[in-house]
Design a protein around this ligand. Sequence first.
Ligand code: FAD
Length: 394
Amino acid sequence: MGGQLGGTATTGGVAFPGLFHAWERQVVAGIGWELVTLAVGLDTGELPDFSKRPARHWQHQVRINGPLYAALLEEAFLGAGGRLSYYELARAVRATASGFELELVGRESERRVACRQLVDCTGDANLVGLLGLTRHRDRVVQPATLMFELGGYDVAKLDAAKVERLYRDALREERLLPGDVANPRGRFVDFLRSRGSNAQHVLGADGSTSAGKTLANVAGRRSVLRLLRFVRSLPGCERAQVIRMQPETGIRETYRIAGEATVTVGDYTAGRVFDDAVCYAFYPVDLHDEHGVRPEPLREGVVPTVPFGALVPQGSRNLLVAGRCVSSDRLANSALRVQASCMAMGQAAGAAAALAARAGVTPRRVPLDELRSLLRTHGAVVPEAGGSRPTGTV
Ligand SMILES: Cc1cc2nc3c(=O)[nH]c(=O)nc-3n(C[C@H](O)[C@H](O)[C@H](O)COP(=O)(O)OP(=O)(O)OC[C@H]3O[C@@H](n4cnc5c(N)ncnc54)[C@H](O)[C@@H]3O)c2cc1C
């Protein structure tokens, strides 16, 4: 649909994937981790110190160069024999006796493509929706965020009390609107200190439709313009600049599939090891709303898992999902949606689809041992049957 691989991590500018480590152990590895570390190696070479428990979870996120990461994803994908079709969109999907037929539309083209297996990684379970299978969506979803970065001022030289007064005036006079600052209870100097990075919300965004995504992008850019004009009006910030702004607003939440299994927040926070677990996930429960976000860290030692059944849409054949649309309740999803777990799910879904295509069966029929063995061959960390915790140290 877009012009590069990586989705929210690249086009959305959320270039700090996590979390690959939990309690001094690596719990997500494999192909995603390989590409992330490749991107770091070709850039700053700096990884967080995973042997130390972080004071705040985000200190273990890996900082990557987004555009470089997109180029490396593309190189790896093409090198593995993949064929890219940027700027094409599936308009319809039809189940056939041997798999699916997709109707793809591009600028100059309308074509039909047949496939035996389909993995829906659209973030919104778009193809699952086109097939008429059940998806869930809450009436109110988490806000979206346009990633940008401000610069050209020195917070240490500002009069914090005056900045705060002017900020409250701007809110009252609606020169700034709800969401422009994600944490409305915070001090504006803290927003300035963060340079605006991941500190703004687009409230009420619907990232699941073309019209909704258009509105979210426009609303995000309008918000940045309001913020820039306000910041430049502050004494000491007259030369403030937008250093960086992403082309798309990043979407946190739309649809989740109704899967054969569903991860509940109870499963997640208890670290339930599902019988058909294919990967670990690790992140605080992290639900954003109009008041900001208050992450709820997991209890010491807990490492949640993702069951294969949560990647299988109910009533489907030859179809899997991977990524934030995994079958889960809203709170569990607020944690499962982060990039390391999305990568692990993607690898699991891809491996299952490949094994299913080779054997001529639906992915649910692929023996779990075979799937886990293939995942391990490609470096993934796979939960052990019988409920054991991840082993090994970083
Ligand atoms: C502001 C923000 C901050 C976040 N912070 C963090 C963080 O600190 N750490 C972290 O790890 N995660 C974070 N996340 C969450 C994480 O980035 C996303 O949940 C995750 O990247 C989603 O991955 P995905 O592959 O499921 O979907 P996406 O990244 O959205 O990828 C979906 C891809 O599918 C394409 N697509 C969609 N529909 C179609 C179609 N019909 N046909 C063809 N292609 C299609 C899209 O163009 C896109 O490339 C954050 C998210 C946001 C928005």
